[in-house]
Design a protein around this ligand. Structure first.
Ligand code: UD1
Ligand code: UDP
Length: 386
């Protein structure tokens, strides 16, 4: 009889779900692995959108989200809920993803029960403990708690090596977000919404905007929206599509500053499929998101990052992502340049794949087989590609 192992994957927010979905699917298809899913539901609607799309039915759902939740609430509710699940299931490994509070708490809960932890999207570092907040510390703590580190890129792996992690436990896999993206973006895609289908992407230059970072709440976000307002007033052919994060602190400010502009479409968060296809049809992306910095470059879309630093330097080095911060004038000038200077635009608008080739989940599955002694060879490293 074949040796088998039980894994519990733990996630709670939209980006974790998108990036764990391809991995869950591949692990659930593996006859040697019993892969269960526990969601904290740190996000509710935005998590459910992804679970529905990828047809993932969680085995456990802690349903912890509350409107305007604090970090203390997320951390304590998730930790106590996960205690019971791990006690009952006694898995051989817990898998967490990225840098949310669910990620850190999932790793901590596993550690408290001496269960090995695999960290997917390990090794990203901004070098500033308060930016992004609290993600930089969440991922560092998860790194300390982790036993297996699935680094998406060589740079991420080097960060882990510098921190003293054993190279034997580091696997450079690419980012699973590219696995998800490549299966989702389609030629001649039709949106399920009339608003988006009515946009003529040939004559309108569409700017996709997303904002949600905790350190951007308040004044920085107001500056971002004021810059957008000026740009819309100056360029009659642009349209801004802004799927507004469910956080009330984002929604109120977005509505106040952008709510009455005809060419700014404030819409509900989109399902992943229409969102990825919207990016694919867009002219450029303005965002403080982490995931968009990985996806848009592989679609050949320039990204202006509304932050002062990034833990994703690879696309900056490749020239498709630029950090512009949250100063109103700077955002206005940088966007204006991409709207008026074809050479500047073309220098940024080329497809690069530093983040993956769509095979990250397979490599992670092979790494697990290697870890459990079912496979002799360590999986090949992902080296990045143009
Ligand atoms: C969280 C993560 C962040 C990640 C982001 C992805 C932490 C501390 N933050 O930030 O790392 O980049 O998710 O989007 O882990 N809300 C809803 N419905 C939803 C989702 C959120 O109503 O489906 C509202 C709730 O009022 C909630 C608030 O948004 O309290 C904030 O959610 P929270 O998970 O605390 O922070 P995010 O900014 O979403
Ligand atoms: N996304 C989505 N619908 C939207 C906006 C974003 O599906 O309306 C996806 C996006 O493609 C990416 C992920 O959500 O994969 C990014 O999530 P978010 O920006 O909330 O979090 P971060 O990546 O910053 O942690």
């Amino acid at each position: 009889m074949k040796d088998t192992r039980k894994i519990i994957t733990i996630f709670g927010t939209r980006p974790e779900a998108i990036k764990m979905a391809p991995l869950v699917q591949i692990l659930q298809d593996d006859p040697q692995i019993d892969c269960k899913v526990a969601v904290t539901a740190q996000h509710r609607e935005m998590l459910d959108q992804v679970l529905n799309l990828f047809q993932i039915i969680p085995d456990y759902d802690l349903d912890i989200m509350r409107a305007g939740q604090s970090l203390f609430e997320i951390t304590s509710r998730a930790l106590l809920g996960l205690q019971q699940i791990l006690l009952k299931e006694k898995p051989d490994l817990v898998l967490v993803h990225g840098d949310t509070s669910t990620t850190f708490v999932g790793a901590l809960a596993a550690y408290y029960q001496q269960i090995p932890v695999g960290h997917v999207e390990a090794g990203l570092r901004s070098g500033n403990k308060y930016a992004p907040f609290p993600e930089e510390i969440n991922r560092r703590l998860t790194g300390v708690l982790g036993d297996l580190h699935f680094a998406p890129t060589k740079t991420a792996a080097e960060n882990l090596l510098r921190e003293g992690h054993d190279p034997e436990n580091i696997f450079i896999t690419g980012n699973t977000v590219i696995d998800a993206l490549l299966n989702t973006v389609k030629k001649n895609y039709r949106f399920p919404s009339a608003t988006l289908n009515s946009i003529d992407f040939q004559t309108r230059r569409v700017l996709v905007l997303t904002t949600h970072r905790r350190e951007n709440l308040g004044e920085p976000m107001q500056h971002i929206y004021l810059a957008i307002k000026e740009l819309v007033q100056e360029f009659p052919d642009i349209m801004v599509v802004f799927p507004v994060h469910k956080n009330p602190a984002v929604r109120q400010v977005a509505q106040k500053f952008l709510g009455d502009l005809e060419r700014v479409k404030l819409i509900e968060p989109l399902d992943y499929e229409p969102f990825a296809n919207l990016m694919n049809k867009a002219y450029l992306v303005l965002t403080d998101s982490g995931g968009l910095q990985e996806e848009a470059p592989s679609l050949g879309k320039p990204v202006l990052v509304l932050r002062d630093n990034t833990e994703r330097p690879e696309a900056v080095a490749a020239g498709t992502v630029k950090l512009v911060g949250t100063d109103k004038e700077r955002i206005y000038q940088e966007t204006k340049q991409l709207l008026t200077d074809n050479n500047a635009y073309n220098r940024m608008a080329h497809a690069v794949n530093p983040y993956g080739d769509g095979q990250a989940s397979r490599r992670i599955r092979e790494a697990l087989h290697y870890f459990w002694g079912w496979q002799k060879e360590k999986p090949e490293y992902y080296c990045g590609g143009a």
